[in-house]
Ligand binder design. Structure first.
Ligand SMILES: [Zn+2]
Ligand SMILES: [Zn+2]
Length: 395
């Protein structure tokens, strides 16, 4: 109990103001564009505005993947929940893990209109909330559907601008359905022309953001896909998708916003399930049931996330073993005498700091008096080593 009291005291003393700018996130999903027609095309002939106008403003991720089921409902669900769930693709099944909208509404007590799903395909109304028992309809996002079952990018865009201008949501996901629809017809020109049209629409979204008083300077735009399409020579090629070929899995991601470096090409492999934790870290809510990792977007999170990922990958530093659980951490076989233990929230803000003695070659810390959520911990030992990792979910 002595330790518990100390932790609570440190927690109270460590309230740190947050200096991040992003308050709003817009996710634009171009449905079913294959990487070979987007970033993977040397001439970038179908995405001239994304490539020439938007890319210099943000960070592009050239190794970005859907590692789950490569269909529409799954791809979108993975983006908003941070989990791979195998679900029906006809809109009959909702995500079983909470969406970013539910996390945000529950943790930040935000109203429904702060969160928006703009369709696209009508079946994607499943994105507004999950079936998770602790979340669900009471934390739903608003849904703006097309008048007629909307396989129409123009109408989806009109609905998006209507929602942004009048509702001012902080979190928005947009589905642009036509690329996928044209791909399925087998009309190559129709397919690539639809990508070309979507390219302009995405550029228009950023123009709106920059000119709108509510969004300018405090909005991050994420442009990605739910899935790609088969490689040429695999099954029916670009006409279809749904398998685990590289054409179906490899997709695009571009992120523009105040926290993201401009003109950067990031080649580290990331996947759809990393977006929800990234958005949570940006906007200030935790995504405790998400399986992905926040993508680094500024100095603090870059250092922490990278070291956490490294630690997870290698399990332990040289000469010591690390056990990390939701209740605490234990670092064994240490020569050090003490370690400085620090704990950070999802946004990289330090929430606790405590010098801890090593006894019997072990440094054991129990997390007490810390609010629930995913946390990054970092221990700097007096022998110079730094060990860090991520907690699953403090309780
Ligand atoms: Zn499709
Ligand atoms: Zn395939």
């Amino acid at each position: 109990m002595y330790i518990a009291k100390k932790w609570i005291w440190v927690l109270l003393a460590a309230a740190v103001a947050n200096a991040q700018s992003t308050e709003n996130v817009i996710i634009a999903v171009i449905d079913g564009a294959r990487h070979s027609e987007t970033f993977g095309d040397d001439g970038h002939q179908y995405i001239p505005r994304i490539w020439n106008e938007l890319r210099p403003l943000g960070t592009i991720y050239t190794s970005f993947y859907n590692d789950g089921q490569t269909s529409t409902c799954n791809g979108h669900s993975s983006i908003v929940t941070g989990t791979w769930q195998y679900m029906a693709n006809d809109g009959s099944e909702r995500p079983d893990k909470p969406t970013i909208f539910e996390y945000r509404r529950k943790q930040l007590s935000s109203p429904a209109e702060d969160n928006a799903v703009v369709l696209g395909k009508d079946k994607l109304d499943i994105l507004s909330y999950s079936t998770h028992v602790d979340y669900g309809a009471q934390y739903a996002a608003t849904v703006k559907a097309a008048a007629v079952d909307g396989y129409d990018d123009v109408e989806a865009m009109a609905n998006l601008f209507d929602v942004l201008a009048n509702q001012h949501p902080a979190l928005t996901i947009l589905n642009l359905p036509e690329v996928d629809q044209m791909g399925h017809t087998g009309d190559w020109n129709g397919y690539v022309n639809a990508i070309h049209d979507a390219d302009s629409m995405v550029a228009e979204i950023w123009s709106f953001v920059e000119q709108d008083a509510h969004y300018a300077g405090k909005t991050t735009l994420i442009v990605t896909n739910d899935h790609g399409r088969h490689l040429d020579g695999v099954q029916t090629g670009f006409r279809d998708h749904g398998c685990d070929c590289d054409g179906c899995r490899h997709i695009m991601a571009l992120i523009i916003g105040p926290e993201f470096d401009a003109g950067v090409t990031e080649t580290t492999r990331w996947t759809q399930i990393d977006l929800a934790p990234t958005i949570g870290a940006l906007v200030g809510f935790d995504t405790p049931l998400a399986d992905g990792s926040a993508m680094p977007f500024n100095e603090i999170t870059a250092t922490l996330v990278q070291s956490a990922n490294r630690t997870r990958a290698t399990a332990a530093g040289p000469g010591c073993t690390v056990t990390s659980a939701s209740s605490g951490i234990r670092i064994s076989s240490l020569d050090a005498r003490h370690g400085l233990v620090r704990l950070f929230d999802a946004r990289g803000v330090q929430i606790a700091r405590h010098r801890h003695a090593v006894t019997g070659e072990q440094l054991a810390v129990r997390w007490e008096g810390i609010a629930a959520g995913v946390r990054t911990w970092c221990v700097t030992l007096d022998d110079g080593r730094v060990v860090s990792g991520k907690t699953a979910n403090l309780r």
